[in-house]
Ligand binder design. Structure first.
Ligand code: GLA
Length: 700
């Protein structure tokens, strides 16, 4: 993770006035009646929550906790996601009365409930009686009971037990007025698989259904290489470590498929027995890439994620990017199902966030499209593996110092929630994110320095500074509404994807490809043509050779002069109208004087290929050129350094959230008077101290 450590110790009061020029906001695509599934009817549009574990405490304590939560403006709680042994203490004996009482008590304190299915924590009676429900590690060892995520996702027996507990919960609570939705499992077992014979057979059957014949599989994977040819489906292994790239990609697809089947098995029974008003979500983990998140999100009502800084301090860019990634899974608002109450317990150094930082993190989430934010956790279990994790009350049940800040934030959420009702993030710029390309490059990085998330972040940083709003979406997402689409490392561009991208360009879009683009097809097989493969003709140029760099090389051109680092590709134009925007200076001989960036008008749009990793200054200049060439306008207008602008758009209104991440006081001049919702007055300038936040309502 890339975490910048912002020094916030000495705040020097420097007021910088920047005239924020009014920009015409992107027309709202939100109609007054549009239903936003993340906003629960009859509840505040923005919710503040905490994970609560009533099963860990005597019932006599529950009301004290709920009373404290209510006083702290907490109005949603996720419960039960690890409580299997309490809900089904022995096989087939279900005990939900305690849960019902907890839900009723929460209702009394105006706290809505999200029920988690407990399938990340199967009980001991289950795993002891049916050891085949436990995962087998790649080394052949079956995991022992006592942790979590120990169930086998491919075990038919385990799935049956998961389905049954989810079904029983849904029968009991599927119509409960205080249950607003469901979370499936917990973080999907980190996508861990079981490496047993049954799982292997399922993988082989899955391959058979896909490829039909071994000839086809052998051909697509080029198995003649190293005598990998398969004569029988049963010979195909589960890859452990480096393997044939075709096999490795299919295994990842199978992992995605297995976890999707696992959750659908539960979703199906929940849907059967619950009101349609109850949502179904799953708590994901930002840039974790254990499976393809676009596929996993398909059956969910909306996405949620667990937002932890871990060690260090909030990196607004990286955290913002992670929010935008999550919003892009379903291209709609999302929830932050878990977030850090100061500190975690799982890092090398579990430092506490500074005073004010937790509130800033909360507002950043809302600005990027979250409609709920929930702390993990309310109170630490007295025993168990996470005794040191941050909480909102101490082991004695009284508030820790941070609760005041959370409570203030919750109060602010309640104050502005109505203005945020029906609002969503609308962007003119999209970054493309592909799990398949990410895996393909990570398996054969060619240089250990190649950091794809870092590359994505460098594009994000430069483009966000100018556009102030970015979507991160799948390459297969509808692209027509974007003025600019940037794919920093789309390694796999099969024919159908090339057609989708070309259609976007032909209709007037600007597609920017980064290095390593268009090298392979959907089988992770090299295309028998140069990069960017099926897009070579449209670009009017191609990659002659790529080089992993042991030192930086100079480049110069339309974006100024600077250096490229880590990776450089030697480009060559074939079309007369393909323009070279940057060329290498004296480099390794091969690259000297050769094009590093090509661009060409195509159809009504444009395609640009950036064949190297650019330094920060060049990246900023490239971003400037991209937005100018594509007609991208900022969501708000220029603001002082360190101010993050977040915009949510609704029918006839926009809500702007301004956050001061800098170490100094800042003043932002508004283009016209807006209602400052936190201050409660109309403002034409906003003063923001360190960690200052303001929420502005701009009616149109
Ligand atoms: C994850 C889990 C939680 C808890 C936190 C601790 O997000 O979902 O149960 O373990 O980590 O940070």
């Amino acid at each position: 993770m890339l975490l910048s450590r912002l020094c916030r110790i000495f705040a020097v009061a420097v007021l910088v006035v920047f005239a924020a020029q009014a920009q015409t906001p992107t027309p709202s695509t939100t109609s007054p009646t549009k239903v936003i599934p993340t906003q629960i009817p009859e509840r505040n549009a923005i919710l503040m929550g905490a994970a609560w574990y009533p099963e860990q405490w005597p019932e006599s304590r529950w009301e004290a906790d709920l009373r404290l939560m209510e006083a702290a403006h907490i109005n949603v709680s996720r419960i039960a996601e690890f409580a299997w042994s309490t809900m089904e203490p022995s096989e087939g004996r279900f005990e939900f009365d305690w849960l019902e009482r907890a839900i009723r008590l929460a209702e009394k304190h105006h706290i809505a409930i999200v029920l988690g299915t407990p399938t990340a924590a199967p009980p001991a009676w289950l795993t002891s009686k049916y050891p085949d429900t436990l995962r087998v590690e790649p080394n052949g060892q079956r995991v022992t009971h006592g942790n979590r995520a120990h169930g086998s996702v491919t075990s038919a027996r385990y799935r049956e037990f998961c389905r049954r507990i989810a079904e029983q919960m849904a029968i009991r609570f599927g119509h409960d007025p205080n249950v607003v939705g469901w979370q499936i499992d917990n973080e999907y077992g980190y996508a861990l698989m079981s490496y047993d014979d049954d799982a292997r057979r399922q993988f082989q059957d899955w391959l058979k259904a896909k490829y039909k014949t071994l000839d086809s599989l052998n051909q697509h994977w080029t198995t003649a290489y190293w005598s990998e040819t398969y004569d029988n489906w049963s010979e195909i292994p589960i890859p452990v470590g480096a393997h044939n790239p075709g096999l490795m990609l299919e295994w990842k697809r199978f992992v995605t498929y297995a976890w999707n089947e696992y959750q659908k098995n539960q979703i199906e029974v929940i849907r059967q027995h619950s009101d349609t008003r109850q949502f179904v979500t799953g708590n994901l983990m930002g840039f974790f890439d254990g499976f393809d998140h676009y596929a996993i999100n398909e059956p969910l009502t909306f996405s949620s994620w667990d937002d932890y800084v871990g060690s260090g301090h909030l990196d607004p860019d990286f955290n913002g990017l992670s929010h935008d990634l999550t919003r892009g899974f379903k291209r709609r608002n999302f929830w932050v199902m878990e977030t850090q109450p100061g500190a975690v317990n799982w890092h090398a150094v579990n430092n506490f966030l500074n005073k004010g930082e937790v509130r800033v993190m909360a507002w950043e989430a809302i600005g990027h499209g979250a409609d709920a934010l929930s702390y993990w956790q309310w109170r630490s279990a007295l025993n168990g593996q996470e005794q040191y994790h941050g909480t909102l009350v101490g082991p004695d049940g009284t508030p820790v110092p941070l609760l005041d800040e959370v409570s203030q934030t919750g109060k602010e959420f309640a104050k502005v929630q109505d203005s945020l009702r029906g609002t969503e993030v609308v962007s003119q710029v999209a970054l493309l994110n592909s799990y398949e390309s990410r895996w393909a490059i990570d398996w054969q990085k060619h240089t250990s320095k190649y950091d794809q998330v870092g590359l994505l972040k460098s594009y994000y940083h430069a483009l966000r500074a100018l556009s102030q709003s970015i979507d991160v979406v799948s390459p297969y997402a509808p692209l027509g509404d974007y003025k600019l689409v940037v794919a920093p490392d789309l390694n796999l561009i099969p024919k159908d994807l090339a057609a989708h991208l070309l259609e976007y360009v032909q209709n007037g879009g600007h597609l920017v490809l980064g290095p390593r683009s268009g090298m392979k097809d959907e089988f992770n097989t090299l295309l028998p043509q140069r990069q960017p493969g099926f897009l070579v003709d449209a670009l009017g140029g191609r990659v002659e050779q790529y080089y992993a760099l042991d030192k930086d090389f100079p480049v110069t051109g339309a974006w100024g002069s600077g250096e490229v680092t880590i990776w450089a590709e030697q480009l060559k134009a074939s079309a007369k109208d393909a323009e070279t925007l940057l060329q290498y200076g004296q480099a390794n001989g091969w690259l000297d004087g050769q094009p590093a960036v090509l661009t060409r008008g195509y159809g009504q749009g444009r395609i640009t290929y950036i064949g190297a990793v650019l330094d920060d200054k060049l990246m900023a200049a490239a971003a400037q050129w991209m937005v100018q060439k594509s007609g991208v306008t900022p969501a708000f207008g220029p603001v002082p350094d360190g101010i993050e602008v977040l915009r949510r758009t609704g029918a006839a209104k926009q809500v702007l959230i301004l956050i001061n991440h800098s170490t100094e006081n800042r003043r932002v001049a508004l283009p016209h008077a807006m209602k400052a919702l936190l201050a409660g007055v109309d403002e034409t300038t906003v003063e923001l101290p360190l960690n200052g936040v303001e929420v502005l309502l701009d009616r149109q």
